[in-house]
Design a protein around this ligand. Structure first.
Ligand code: GAP
Length: 454
């Protein structure tokens, strides 16, 4: 059963250490969350899966890790200073503020009053003072997307890697948006992570690549465990497209609060590279760009006929936090075990599981058993499969239950037979089937190598 309520997930996340409210002891900071001991593992695993698919498994994509603090001019010429805003409405009665497009039937979502102000644009960027002088002139922004630095570093990447079209630049990192109404747990927050690819193509080949990336990204999400029937592809109507986009697909997912955007895949044309290019008039751009950019560079590339072109760009841009919420939603399962027993299992894909294997002693504080547990753990770590956790609880039933809830695929139990009988053996319990198999300690590494390679 897929999770139906956000409450179930929020409760599991807090109880088992996935996600906590930021600044909790001071009442929290709205729209800001911290990832706990297991959440950081899950999020890192999701990011690693994206990076592997984008950068390691392909030969046409390079990586980048740019700064969060951004020069004001970058976000001026990208259009964010002028257009990166949501319509905001105030309730005159209770003084609450809302995104105008989130208001239903003209009523304040807080008090129900219809006495609302006209919507006005509210810029979502966090402006910050840079340097010791606070005179209002020395400011920059926390980036609202990771993409802009990919455009501004385009020439450096091309020159240092000798890339030809088509090729991409991938980046994962924090983005910041002063959302008017953050909500739905980690779905809409003010500080979040994005994994963005800018895939540069010859003008004219953009529509073909847009389709290719749509299919590729659906395939990738399915590999992360999302069922196709819980995914919807929304094609943005022409009239609703962002000013820079020629076309856009949203990959939507059936979150507990509804079918909503998980990733956007936009055809950006030559808009961004064009905006950050000096003397655009010479460049024969198809898009409407800022004229007279202060940029010192022409962000272009040589085609096969030795002609300079500004590439078009296809941009698959996913929210990492929304990804975490989606894979948890899909994996959350309540199972009826009969006779009044039930269990919660997080049926995460193995590569996403925060803990890969738990090594559990049958008896707490037994020196001999614990030493064997430690030896097994240290041996398994060498496989490089991720986190192998060592328990010392002595209550096998409780340990299994806890590891089911956090999605640990395998539990290894070390018992008296392990240390008293030759050849040494342990019990391996499978999270999903709950089946237990006796495996020789000498065969453990091969067993797990095969299991995690599948
Ligand atoms: N560079 C393109 C771009 O930033 P976007 O549709 O504004 O496009 C891309 O954002 C993705 O980032 C979204 O599909 C969503 O997954 C994630 N995202 C955007 N705003 C977010 C927020 N306030 N909280 C969490 N994730 C967010």
């Amino acid at each position: 059963m897929v999770a139906t309520s956000m409450e179930q997930l929020v409760s599991l996340c807090k109880r088992r250490g996935f996600i906590f409210q930021n600044s909790d002891i001071y009442g929290g900071l709205q729209g800001v969350y911290d990832y706990g001991p297991l959440g950081v593992e899950l999020k890192n695993n999701l990011k690693a899966a994206w990076w592997r698919a984008m950068v390691y498994e392909r030969d046409d994509i390079e990586g980048l890790d740019s700064a969060i603090l951004t020069n004001q001019k970058v976000l001026h010429y990208s259009g964010h200073e002028d257009t990166f805003s949501d319509p905001m409405t105030d309730c005159r009665k209770c003084k609450s503020r809302f995104r105008a497009d989130h208001i239903k039937d003209g009523k304040c979502p807080n008090c129900g009053s219809t006495d609302l102000t006209e919507p006005r644009p509210f810029n979502l960027m966090f402006k910050t003072n840079i340097g010791p002088v606070d005179d209002g002139a020395n400011f920059g922004y926390l980036r609202p997307e990771t993409a802009q630095a990919i455009f501004t570093q385009f020439k450096n990447v091309v020159d240092s890697t000798s890339r030809k079209l088509p090729f991409g630049i991938a980046q994962i990192g924090k983005s910041f948006r002063n959302e008017i109404t953050p909500r739905n747990f980690i779905f809409r927050v003010r500080e979040f992570e994005q994994a963005e690819l800018e895939y540069f193509v010859m003008p004219g080949e953009d529509e073909k690549w847009h389709e290719i990336w749509k299919e590729e990204r659906i395939r990738w999400w399915e590999e992360q465990g999302l069922k196709r029937e819980n995914i919807n592809i929304y094609t943005t109507p022409k009239d609703d497209l962002a000013h820079y986009a020629k076309a856009c697909y949203d990959i939507e997912y059936q979150f507990p609060h509804g079918m909503e955007e998980l990733e956007g895949i936009a055809n950006h044309t030559d808009y961004d590279l064009g905006n950050h290019t000096k003397a655009q008039d010479e460049m024969n751009l198809t898009s409407e760009c800022h004229k007279n950019s202060d940029s010192t560079q022409k962000l272009c590339i040589m085609d096969d006929n030795n002609k300079w072109v500004i590439p078009f760009v296809i941009e698959p841009s996913m929210g990492v936090d929304r990804g975490v919420l989606a894979v948890m939603t899909e994996a959350y399962t309540e199972e009826d075990l009969g006779e009044g027993n039930s269990r919660i299992v997080l049926k995460l894909k193995k590569h996403l599981a925060p803990i890969k294997v738990a090594v559990i002693p049958l008896k707490k504080n037994n020196e001999q058993i614990m030493n064997k547990c430690r030896e097994i753990k240290n041996n398994l770590l060498k496989l490089g499969i991720g986190r192998v956790a060592l328990e010392n609880t002595g209550n096998i039933g409780k340990a299994y239950r806890r590891h089911d809830e956090v999605g640990t695929p395998l539990c290894i139990t070390v018992d008296f037979e392990t240390i008293e009988q030759q050849p040494e053996s342990v019990t391996i319990r499978d999270r999903d089937t709950m089946q237990q198999t006796r495996v020789k300690v000498a065969d453990l590494k091969d067993y797990l190598r095969n299991y995690f390679a599948e």
